[in-house]
Ligand binder design. Sequence first.
Ligand code: CP
Length: 369
Amino acid sequence: MNRKRDLLGLAELERGEIEHLLDSAGVFKAVLERPIPKVPTLRGQTVANLFFESSTRTRISFELAEKRLSADVVNFSAGGSSVSKGETLLDTARNVQAMQIDAIVIRHSSAGAPHFLARHLDAAVINAGDGAHEHPTQALLDLFTMREHKGRIAGLRVAIVGDIEHSRVARSNLWGLSKLGAEVTVCGPATLLPVEIERLGCRVTTRLEEAIEGVDVIMALRIQLERQRQGRLPSLREYARLYGLTRERVALAGSEVMIMHPGPINRGIEITQEVADGPFSVILEQVTHGVAVRMAALFRASGFDPGALGEGEAAEAEAGETEAAEGESKTEKTVEAAATPRAKLRAQAAVERLAHPLAAGVPGGRIHD
Ligand code: CP
């Protein structure tokens, strides 16, 4: 990729950058609704998905997003890899990068693992969930889904319910929602509420009814069954009785309430079957939007910017852009003139980025950070 643009968390992003990512996701959503839902934006680029922790939604949607953008994709799971022989995270990532990888998507159980890699790698790093720290693309797809339904984020009243302490989804949403001007209440048993969480700009309560009365959005979090051995809850049955989202409780919220959940769901614990599959649920829509949002994140990571390229490549790419506007035959000459195969691919990608219909759909003529 041309200029390293990591996406490590929403804590690091300005409000305008978050909005720009959501706008780009809107353009990619339109691409995904076409008969042929694919663009050549990342042709010639290679992305590695490094998953050191289990995943269904994030992993599949990143891979799909990469393929929809025409990137080459390689997948890595810790199970069956040389991690079992004691290879370190950094050695693993450096070896992957040595195979000419442009961007790395990483999920890891240790908070800060993506930030650590970002400091040591030339490849762009995208955080697909690090411990209990952040899950930025999940929060972006949540924000995107809210904006699609409500037309705005500012002023929305949002309740986040469940195991706040261990939730990277809650943390990223708190950053994103507060930066975009929503009013957030977090709710859960006192044993699952981090100390001083209100410093992130939210209201805090242990009473579910108080949290959800009149809200526009209720986001239920997964009770992390693997954590319950720590004795934070008397029992799952008691949690369901006090904090489970039931039809009666949801009726306390606004009549247009959105029910969200990042998945995977524990049916009958944090949410009942009828609420999860009911008329207010947007849970599967969140998953659908995940692909467009991850396309936007990958596009941002590609950071195409002629000013940041090596001199020869920059000139080629710039010439390619000019010639793209002038006509295809000249464009072909620019790509042919590229000094190396890699430079050729980049020049080609630059040309296609401008030429493909996606660029025309963006205010200002092209998607560019
Ligand atoms: N929401 C989410 O991160 O789901 P996966 O663990 O299945 O990726």
